[in-house]
Ligand binder design. Sequence first.
Ligand code: PLP
Length: 374
Amino acid sequence: MKLFDVYPLFNINIVKGNACQTYDDQGTEYLDLYGGHAVISVGHTHPYYVQKLTEQLNSLSFYSNSVINKLQVELATKLGKQSGYDDYNLFLINSGAEANENALKLASFYNGRKKIVAFKKAFHGRTSAAARVTDNPKIIAPINDNISVEYLPVNDIEAVRKSLKKNDVCAVIIEGIQGVGGIVVPDVEFLQALREECTKTNTILIIDEVQSGYGRTGKFFAHQHADIKPDLITIAKGMGNGFPMGGVLISPMFEAVHGMLGTTFGGNHLACAAGIAVLDIMKAEKLIENAAKIGEYLKSELQKIPQIKEVRGLGLMIGMEFEQPIKELRSKLLYEQKVFTGASGTNVIRLLPPLCLSKADVNIFLERFKKCLE
Ligand code: PLP
């Protein structure tokens, strides 16, 4: 059997990792400024993370959601404390797409409505309702077009007001910072007004923090820069540092009913061990503070480079927009300078490194990056 060929792949076989470094099967070292789409939060093969997962693997990897799982309780308690959402509830699943699907479902249970408002260039995973970074008909299935999603421009509060006026929108879903769409940070005033409009019209506000959450922007969640509280928050990626897991943080206004949501693998013992280890490391090593500090340094150094049209983002979620396509530049960075980066569309390089990135790592990157621009 062959693999279904949906990913454009670099011809590199990564077999090992350590903090912000990865190694291919020839032993060549690469600086990882992408962390596998923002997944590596505490660093590759962190010893505490490896130890906790190994211990768990040696005792029990899985039992179903039909018995008490105290690891889920420990994870929820720690996550509540560290994120500032102590009073919310947690539902555990396995990925970002599942987190958003469950959040939309909860919203619809709550107010009985069907319409969704999302934003142009949004990406919410391969969900039935809300992924629209492209209009390519080979990628958007007809079934997706039949679900009622209205895509509005980010920061256009009047368009949101107009849409919510009839009190028939189920939920507004927005990323804390748009990632796949090009690192677009919504205005603080826009997010605050969005919160107000949703409350006024009994519309559920979902913030998708799958990419922007878990400390990446220098706060636990990106929306905390705007000092607002959504009704539902979706998480995944950095939550397990590579172990597939996701979650929905649910406001106390939602009442749980047995059978309302469900999953086989969500919140399994191994995933919880990974999630707890991540939170322990983030706290012990002050990785959120590190993301804020190192991110600011990296951003300010990038802003001095005249070839870059615009540098956007917060903490360690940074986009560099160029006048011209970046494909060649990214290949040079990878094949000649041994640095992994990401892309958004044709002209934006996306940096989503592990949150343990050091100033020395940044300086190595800047030196190699400048060589590619010569
Ligand atoms: N939401 C956002 C903002 C994302 O960036 C992604 C993935 O890139 C997803 C949801 C989907 O997550 P997953 O690929 O785990 O389903």
